[in-house]
Design a binder for this molecule. Structure first.
Ligand code: NAP
Length: 287
């Protein structure tokens, strides 16, 4: 059993703590607010928690679970308090900038702590410690993005913990990860948000109000990710700009093709396209 540190006690950090404690690990939490630390102890996500980094002085592994924008600055702050052998891993939804800046930071401060980039592909629309759930990661992908300089022992240690959560482990390089999640996670957020915006900008009040009344399962499915955490959406765009833009340009070109087919009444071509998308979709939905 290990002594784990979790920095950033929200949905992901709290959920990780609940499962890690259930597996028998000891969990030390750090968060920005005292009230969050207290709640984390109350719900059983940590054995102890504090706003003071010294609580991490004897941990074996630290999960960095703050918002993306805070991962680097938080690491800089906690490093002096960590054992030199403690393995660092993050859960940020974008990997290339985090991994390269983290490696630069660790080199600059001459830290010997190994770092393994990670991203659990699991979440809900909720945030904060009270959104934490048992088994959030079970059955879901969890990607590790080591580089050629990442010590293999550290990768194996994080991988073993990830597997024990019941997650499906994947490994790839950081930028391949970012391009893949732009397609299946970040682009859908922007597309779904645009869909909600189109409804909101309908000028005819009677149509708009009726649309609100008639919205049902189709709209629930297609609007779900566009109605999620705005801060997370912003950070996806800010941290994964190039890959997101590339997928948005592709999407715009696909929309233009559909507009053209509808304008030209190319119904057979449109149906042929929808036949292909109907078939392709099943590849992405395994359960
Ligand atoms: P969240 O529920 O908002 O949790 C983040 C927590 O970090 C907050 O509750 C906050 O706690 C704490 N925090 C903020 N700044 C801090 C700082 N400087 N030092 C210490 N603690 C700080 O967000 P989340 O959804 O768990 O996301 C956390 C990370 O997971 C992000 O990097 C995100 O990219 C990644 N991720 C999210 C999802 C998802 O679907 N939500 C999925 C995969 C990965 P206080 O109350 O103490 O301020």
């Amino acid at each position: 059993m290990m002594k784990l540190g979790i920095v950033g006690l929200g949905l992901i950090g709290g959920s990780l703590g609940l499962d890690a404690k259930a597996l028998g690990h000891t969990v030390m939490g750090v968060s920005r607010k005292d009230s969050t630390c207290k709640s984390a102890i109350e719900i059983g996500a940590v054995d102890d928690a504090s706003t003071e980094f010294s609580i991490l002085s004897t941990v074996d592994m630290v999960f960095l679970c703050t918002p993306l924008s805070q991962i680097l600055s938080t690491t800089e702050q906690i490093l002096p308090f960590l054992p030199k052998t403690a393995i660092l891993t993050d859960v940020g939804s974008v990997k290339a900038p985090i991994v390269s800046q983290m490696q630069a930071l660790l080199t600059e401060v001459q830290s010997e702590n190994p770092f393994v980039g990670g991203h659990p592909m699991a979440g809900t629309a909720e945030t904060g410690i009270h959104a934490a759930l048992f088994h959030l990661f079970r059955g879901n992908p969890y990607v590790l993005t080591p580089t050629e300089t990442t010590p293999i022992e550290a990768v194996n240690a994080v991988a073993s913990l990830v597997r024990s959560l019941g997650a499906k482990l994947y490994q790839c390089d950081p930028s391949t990860h970012d391009r893949a999640v732009a397609l299946i996670s970040h682009l859908p957020v922007m597309v779904s948000a645009s869909l909600i915006e189109v409804c909101r900008s309908e000028r005819d009040v009677s149509v708009r109000e009726l649309a609100v009344q008639l919205a049902s399962s189709g709209f629930r499915d297609t609007s779900r990710v566009g109605g999620g955490n705005p801060e997370l959406g912003r950070l996806m765009a800010e941290f994964n700009t190039d890959a997101l833009l590339a997928s948005l340009y592709q999407y715009r070109s696909k929309l233009d093709q559909i507009i053209h087919q509808v304008e030209m009444a190319e119904w057979d071509a449109l149906e042929a396209k929808l036949l292909l998308t109907q078939r392709d979709r099943t590849q992405y939905l395994k359960d």
